[in-house]
Design a protein around this ligand. Structure first.
Ligand code: LHQ
Length: 258
């Protein structure tokens, strides 16, 4: 069985992290396959949303720790540069919304991969752990960039230093994630959100994502210029014409993503 399952349905690229007996901990194969599937989603026009979930009871327990000490493993010096950093840059740069459906525990790199996604949803029994300090590492996979921007410096600092487990409902309350659903309805509800995203004007969503990527580092003037530039691009899409016409004709928009 492959460590990543992939199917395309309803214009959504469904990616399942699939090492359930290891809580979907990442080994080299799974990290490279995830990169590969994200590339496939980026290049296929029919994919208008990406949805990432874990098989079994967890989302991902981060790096497979057995692989780190395996003499035949990839080697510590390559794990970030070749496994996780390219996953995070792909998630942030793919011109389509990426949904993280956190169905259970998300720890270490598993948590920070989820938090890099555009819409993070979690089941009520899911949890988030910046597990790194517990094994004498520092947070990676963009965590030191993403988490303080999501929840503020103090909470991010405490969570990273202490490595506390945060329940999904607390993560939602502190702004770490978007929404929590009951376990029984989690897959249905999270997939409904992916379906909605896949039917929205994909180019406009990609521009929103691009402009938001810069908001963390641009000053206001730079950001206003960027908004102007990308608003022109959005207004030149077919979907903009469709959106305005549908509004004026009092009908539902039929966006094609063009
Ligand atoms: C695992 C793992 C795991 C292997 C559960 N590896 N088997 C970057 C640079 C280089 C090096 C290192 O890492 C990184 C990035 C990182 O991600 S660092 C952080 C790595 N992750 C962790 O430290 C988390 C380790 N896991 C845990 O603390 C617990 O498993 C959590 C709290 C996630 C879940 O606890 P439980 O629900 O009680 O499950 P469990 O511990 O019983 O795990 C189930 C199985 O999965 C178990 O295997 P077994 O054969 O005994 O049933 C675990 O050994 C295995 N597993 N995480 N990361």
């Amino acid at each position: 069985m492959s460590s990543i399952l992939f199917e395309i349905k309803n214009n959504i690229g469904f990616i399942t992290l699939n090492r359930p007996d290891k809580l979907n901990a990442f080994n080299k194969e799974m990290a490279l396959l995830l990169q590969n599937k994200l590339d496939e989603c980026a290049s296929l026009k029919e994919v208008r949303c990406v949805y990432i979930i874990g098989a079994g009871k967890g989302f991902s327990a981060g790096q497979d720790l057995a692989e780190v000490i395996d003499p035949a493993g990839p080697g510590m010096e390559k794990i970030l540069s070749e496994h996780y950093n390219p996953i995070i840059t792909r998630i942030r740069n793919i011109p389509k919304p990426v949904v993280a459906a956190v169905n259970g525990v998300a720890a270490g790199a598993g948590a920070n991969i989820a938090l890099a996604c555009d819409v993070v949803l979690a089941s009520v029994s899911a949890s988030f752990i910046q597990a790194f300090s517990k094994i004498a590492l520092i947070p990676d996979s963009g965590g030191t960039y993403t988490l303080p921007r999501l929840i503020g410096w103090q909470k991010a600092s405490a969570l990273m230093l202490l490595g506390d487990k945060i329940a999904a409902t607390d993560a939602e309350r502190m702004g770490m994630i978007y929404k929590v659903f009951e376990d029984e309805s989690f897959e249905d509800e999270s997939k409904k959100i992916a379906v909605t995203l896949a039917q929205l004007p994909t180019k406009s969503l990609s521009y929103i994502k691009h402009v938001l990527n810069y908001s963390a580092t641009n000053n206001l003037e730079e950001q206003l210029l960027l908004e102007d530039q990308f608003q022109q691009k959005a207004a030149a899409t077919k979907d903009f014409t469709e959106g305005v016409n549908a509004f004026l004709e009092k009908r539902k928009s039929n966006f094609t993503g063009e």
